[in-house]
Every structure is written in C-alpha cells, then in structure tokens.
Design a protein around this ligand. Structure first.
Ligand code: 0X9
Ligand code: ZN
Length: 305
C-alpha cells in the first residue's frame, strides 16, 4: 500500500490524496490542473492554514521517470499536515502551498507499465512515428531559442510542434496564470544531479535582474542541506551557466512570463550512481533534505523581503 518505503503508482497516489483531502477538509483543497492527452485528470492540493500567506507552487514529475520527485512531494504534503516538529509547523502554517505531485500523468503511468526510462509526454507527433515532447521545453517562454530544445520529434528534448502543444503544459500554464498574484515562489522538482537552477535557462548572455537574491536564496537551501547529517552537497547557479541551455522550462516561464521572482528547478539525488532509478531507501532522506532546504530558502526570502 501507499507509503514512502517504495515508489507508488498514480492510482495509489490519487487514492492517498483523496484520503488526505477527506481527513483535512478545512486546511486542504483539491484542485484540477486539467486533462492530459490520454484523458487523465491532473490533480493538485492546496494547503492553507490561514489566508494571505505567501504562496509556494511545487510542480513535480513533469519528467515521467523522475519518480523521486512525486515521492518527495507527497512526503512533504504529509509532513505539512501531520508533523509535530515546531520548525515544520511554522513552515507549513506560514505559507499557502500549491502542490502538483504528478504533472506528466500519462508519462508517469507509462514508466510504471511499459518503459521505466520514459521522459516525455505521450502525445503522438503529426510528422513522425516518435511519441511525445519534452514538457520542460514546451512552455511559451523563449521557446526553441538558442538551441535550447530540439526540433526533432524523436529527441528526448523535443520542444513540441509549437509552444503549449502538450495539453498538460497548456493546462499547467493556465492554472498558474490564474493564481500568479498569490504565488511568490515556483519550485520545479526534477532528478538527478543535486542542483538548484535559477533563470535564465535560455541564455548565458544575460543574468536575471535579481540574480544576487536568487543566488543567496539558493545558497541558503544548499547550506541547510549540507549541514544535515547526510552531508549531501547541492550546487547552485543559473541553469544555462551550470548545466546547459534549455528553453521553455517551467521555472523560466514562471519567472519571465508570470513575474514569479523566486523560481528554481531543483535536481534531487543522486549525482549519477543510480540516476533516475534511485532506490527507495533514498526517498525519506531526499525528502527531509527538500523539507529543510525549502525551509531555509523561504526564511531567506523573508529576510530579503
Ligand atoms: O533538462 C531538463 O529539463 C532539466 N534536467 S533533467 O535531467 N531533470 O531533465 C533541467 C532544466 C533546467 N533548465 C532550465 N530550467 N531552463
Ligand atoms: Zn527532469
């Protein structure tokens, strides 16, 4: 059954979400992002202890094979609702959380049933027998610029035939646009490499206006994680500077087009030994790191104003 000792299927995650929503009807609210290509409902949960808190959006499992992301997102939801640790209580109760544990629902089901290493969506191409686009190259922000995505439908980083061609990404963009005034922080969960990646992803030629703040906030996360007993090291920088140029990604779109000023891609454990096939014993340690990293990140945001 559902838990954090192993990875769960989409059906198990949804059944657990239903239980949580029924158990905490005042604090939680389910929301629907939209429908996937194959007709699945993309679901999320809002956790709010009081109105007017700064909003934090967590997008998770946009890449199908990155299972640690939804395992971590569900663990965080559970902590925000059940933890008795005063630090966690303060963190949970002083923010409004919008969490989408599995954005790429079709791809996620495909990784459970057919191909563990699937990354993309599952929408067929009109011009090729290859299936799916890279959803993290499909947002309408500098789409396909600077070779930050491939125009080859068979490539793992195919940007799609046009921006927002993937129904999951169009739905996500409309949902976020509808609440953007309430969202101060966007965190897009990925694996692997242990990195915090800020804008810009689409160019190395320019730095974002609040680069200094973005680096200070990322450092707070990395320092907090490294100080934990696991000693896990995270590096941070702009996505284009420390990883590679990638255009049309969630956190860049949120920053550039929705004016969400604190916006990162977080690449979780590990650094490549297991890679995407991270053993389930890592779920809780990784999630603890995310919890205390996010707590430090949000404390730093508050400090910077
Ligand atoms: O390539 C990606 O989409 C992300 N790495 S992953 O291995 N999880 O696929 C990194 C994206 C970072 N770039 C931007 N945010 N622009
Ligand atoms: Zn990813």
């Amino acid at each position: 059954e559902f838990g954090w000792k192993r990875y769960n299927s989409l059906a198990q995650i949804e059944a657990w979400l239903d239980e949580i929503l029924a158990r905490y009807p005042v604090i939680t609210e389910g929301f629907i992002v939209g429908q996937s290509y194959e007709g699945r409902t993309i679901r999320g949960i809002k956790i709010s202890y009081k109105s007017g808190n700064p909003g934090v959006f967590i997008e998770s499992n946009i890449h199908a094979r990155e299972w640690i992301t939804s395992a971590t997102a569900t663990w965080l939801i559970n902590q925000f609702l059940t933890s008795e640790d005063p630090l966690v209580r303060t963190l949970a109760e002083s923010h409004d959380w919008y969490i989408v544990p599995v954005l790429n629902v079709d791809g996620f089901v495909y990784t459970h049933e057919k191909d563990r290493m699937w990354r993309k969506t599952r929408q067929p191409s009109a011009t090729s027998s290859c299936i799916g686009a890279d959803p993290n190259r499909n947002y309408d922000s500098h789409w396909m610029e600077n070779n930050g995505a491939s125009s080859n439908p068979c490539a793992e980083n195919y940007g799609g035939p046009q921006p927002f061609s993937e129904p999951e990404i169009k739905a996500m963009s409309e949902f976020v646009a509808g609440i953007k005034d309430k969202v101060n922080v966007m965190l897009a969960f990925h694996s692997y490499s242990q990195l915090l990646l800020s804008p810009y992803g689409h160019t190395e030629e320019e730095l974002p206006p609040n680069y200094d703040d973005l680096m200070e906030v990322a450092k707070a996360y990395a320092d907090a994680v490294e100080a934990m007993p696991y000693g896990t090291v995270y590096r941070y920088g702009t996505a284009s500077g420390i990883l590679y140029i990638a255009s049309g990604a969630t956190n860049d779109w949120a920053y550039n087009e929705q004016d969400i000023q604190i916006s990162y891609t977080i690449e979780f454990r590990d650094t490549g030994h297991y890679g995407f096939i991270l053993p389930p014993v890592h779920i809780v340690p990784n999630a603890e790191e995310a919890l205390f990293g996010i707590a430090a990140l949000l404390d730093k945001c508050k400090e910077l104003g």
